[in-house]
Design a protein around this ligand. Sequence first.
Ligand code: KIV
Ligand code: ZN
Length: 529
Amino acid sequence: MTIQQKTAQADQPRVLIFDTTLRDGEQSPGATMTHDEKLEIAGLLDEMGVDIIEAGFPIASEGDFAAVSEISKRSVNSTICGLSRANFKDIDRCWEAVRHARSPRIHTFIGTSPLHRAIPNLTMDEMAGRIHDTVTHARNLCDNVQWSAMDATRTEHDYLCRVVEIAIKAGATTINIPDTVGYTAPRESAQLIRMLLERVPGADTVVFSTHCHNDLGMATANSLAAVEAGARQIECTINGLGERAGNAALEEVVMALKVRNDIMPYRTGIDTTKIMHLSRRVSTVSGFPVQFNKAIVGKNAFLHESGIHQDGVLKNVETFEIMRPEHIGLHAKNIAMGKHSGRAALRSKLDELGFELADNQLNDLFVRFKALADRKKEVHDDDILALLQDSAANTDSDYLQLKSLRVVCGTGPSSAEMTMIVGGKEQSVNTTGDGPVDAAFNAVNALFPHEATLQLYQVHAVTEGTDAQATVSVRVEEQGRIATGQSADTDTVVASVRAYIGALNRLRVRREKTAPDADVKGVSYTTSP
Ligand code: KIV
Ligand code: ZN
């Protein structure tokens, strides 16, 4: 970038980036994160320059409350926001959690469309009154209040203008216009923001925000269209994680504004070189793999397979690349390591991949790296990332841990001999099954009986060759609760069992979070302010 370009950017309107990976993202079925994982992701988002972090839904569970409180205490630069429904109890609980932040925000919402008004059975006037009372209450607690009209894109325009005006008069400082079901399209998304800015008195005194879901694959386009019409906050998640088809992906909106700054002259405060690392960490801790051809962060996003493309890129990289991998923190050296590589080489490789490990973590990883290098001639970047992912997903503090496994398989029935630590106690069993994975899973079920059913079992080879590591993803379901697990190993059966155990460990966390009075998915509108 030239000095003139930099100066021009400094004069451009600033778009705030509001990340909701830890709230809307975590609402993805199966994307449960542990307390420590949430703290780590929040720290990385803060470091990356995210303006507002929506850290959770404090009334939803003790776990959410604890995470939002702790993230608030640790926040450095970002504003920390918590979600609350339109009632005093939610708002008070939210304030209790976010008030520790250097810069706290209360976010309160209500569904304003005809379909959503029908659920709490409120008339238009009653809902308008509820909005006035709850926003006033929130503003009495906190100077920074965001109000959202859930399902705004399916709300009558006159009514939307009326309730937005009420929220502004009651003290909201940010007005969010969610496309809750991913129904809008770019032109309409822009028209809606423009209409509100033109018609609502006081609209120029607040920040308008866009919050787009991706049900029709238009979340990024709709968010950018809203910005062109005057929205100055984009709500998004890392890897586009979120309910159903997800939310607008942070990496997509931010990189689109950077790469096409010539036609979308807006700036963000994001350090884009941190994107790849965050994408990997969110994928690991949420248990949601990133699809290979995902824009910006997919494994194939910077690969050139066809001869014509490879030739072009070698002659002039701009022939087939509109951005450089380094801009998102992807370093393409990919020099293989092997059994002679030492600890310093591993540390430098981790550094290159964007990971900074404490000494004890590096030691653990080094032991696993050496074991892998003994079994595999060359250890590539993807192998190291798989090892890291596995170490993060399966730890020594887990309730269930695999101690040892021996499997006999062949043309006859398979059998498994397994020792597992269950809640601190070592237990062993012998089982049979239809193939080695089935026998091993039966062993887990015998040692830890449960009601969950296996919904997904997927195996991928990390690299080429028969000595490649396998990454296994497993999804389990129990009474509507979903949890996922991942693991990597050169032995597919070991990886499978560790992934299965990981999913069961996460299911236990999910059970605590979704105890009957803590279910955020069954949002109740009936509580009065
Ligand atoms: O999609 C949505 O409407 C939401 C609101 C709670 C802001 O996530
Ligand atoms: Zn949403």
